[in-house]
Design a protein. Structure first.
Length: 388
């Protein structure tokens, strides 16, 4: 069921970009001005993450996820009928809130369900997100030639999302955190150094992922490495290899520890970006860059969250705090890249993504150092995972 939720999540996020011109025409707004929907969505996701972090320790998780998913479906159905930009932005903020809530809940409940064996399941969960993001432009392409056809893309997704909500509500069992009755003394022993390091890990990673996927189009176009159509396919190439990387990481997560996958993936990312500093920009290299970076980035997020779950007691409050790094990275770093590109030029994009992944590596090193002082219960989970 969590996988179904994440396909819907990927589809809903991936659907907005290709339909932005149609939504701008619908609301009689300039496309550039309507780009505010991305900021609005990020703000909503931040609020949803905070809400989820407070609630999932106290409510029936599947019921909460089902209600949030039904609300998300209703909001998606509204997108193509709203007559003004400000109404659309309000709906986008609330939709972002449901996204953040569902993201927090699905990640947390999956770890509670599978505990020390959660690594391959976590990679599979985020594979389905990538699959949804990859399929979204294909869905739009099937209906875009029909007059007003973009509306059908939203309504098909609304029905698909609503069914996911109904099936989630039908689930009888609700996973519980094994430390749900944690005493005040045990709460005090949570290693908040690891929590902060994990927040920074997601902050730098998500910033790099969204900055690259969002700006590679402009990078290639401005440097005359691609035309409009080819640049769009370049973005699709990134998401295609990203999805394949997530699929490949599922069996790998059964054989290797999360920290081993992170080291291998980050090394690959930094090597390919380092080559961008040495080699002259070319059409061939930019395709290799997009394909290789998408594949190498794929295991980092789920492996990092799994590692955090093995390093601290992952209550929903702790999970929500860690996932704040995800929401803030989505909001801050891509915006910074856009500002720098305007003043310095497109070449700065690869430099900033490289520096963000260096920050990602530093945060990973901090997690590995700080987790040595993790409470014994969390260490026992890691020991069990190693001895599988």
């Amino acid at each position: 069921m969590y996988y179904w939720l994440f396909i819907c999540l990927g589809l809903s996020i991936g659907l907005v970009g290709p339909t932005l011109p149609s939504l701008a025409n619908q609301t009689q707004t300039l496309v550039g001005d309507l780009g505010a929907v991305f900021t609005a969505s990020a703000i909503g996701a931040l609020l949803g993450t905070l809400l989820g972090g407070r609630l999932f320790d106290r409510v029936r998780g599947h019921r909460a996820l089902g209600i949030a998913q039904l609300a998300s479906a209703a909001l998606i159905a509204l997108y193509p009928v709203l007559p003004s930009a400000w109404l659309l932005l309000v709906v986008v903020v609330v939709k972002g809130l449901t996204d953040g809530f569902i993201n927090t809940g699905a990640n947390t409940l999956l770890v509670w369900t599978h505990k020390e064996k959660s690594s391959p399941y976590m990679n599979a969960l985020h594979f389905f997100f990538g699959l949804g993001a990859f399929l979204a432009p294909i869905l739009v392409a099937q209906v875009i030639d029909i007059p007003g056809g973009y509306r059908y893309a939203f309504w098909v997704l609304a029905v698909f999302s609503g069914l996911a909500g109904v099936f989630m509500l039908a689930q009888k069992k609700n996973p519980q955190h094994e430390h749900a009755s944690t005493t005040v003394e045990e709460k005090a022993r949570i290693n908040y150094g690891v929590v902060i390091a994990a927040m920074l890990f997601l902050f730098f990673y998500v910033g790099a992922e969204i900055a690259f996927s969002g700006w590679i189009y402009t990078y290639a176009l401005t440097l005359n490495l691609a035309d409009v159509t080819t640049a769009a396919y370049l973005t699709s190439m990134f998401w295609l290899t990203f999805t394949l990387g997530r699929l490949t990481s599922i069996p790998l997560a059964m054989r290797f520890k999360p920290q081993q996958l992170i080291i291998a993936a980050l090394t690959g990312c930094l090597v390919i970006l380092g080559a961008a500093f040495i080699l002259q920009p070319s059409t061939t290299f930019v395709w290799i860059l997009a394909a290789a970076l998408g594949f190498c980035m794929a295991p980092i997020w789920p492996s990092g969250f799994t590692l955090a779950g093995r390093s601290v007691r992952l209550t929903s409050r702790v999970s929500g705090l860690i996932l704040l790094g995800d929401s803030l990275g989505f909001m801050v770093l891509p915006w910074v890249v856009g500002q720098v590109l305007q003043s310095v030029g497109p070449q700065a994009m690869t430099t900033l993504v490289f520096l963000s992944l260096v920050g990602n590596l530093a945060a990973f090193a901090a997690i590995m150092r700080l987790r040595r002082t993790t409470p014994s219960a969390a260490v026992a989970v890691e020991t069990a995972a190693v001895n599988e």
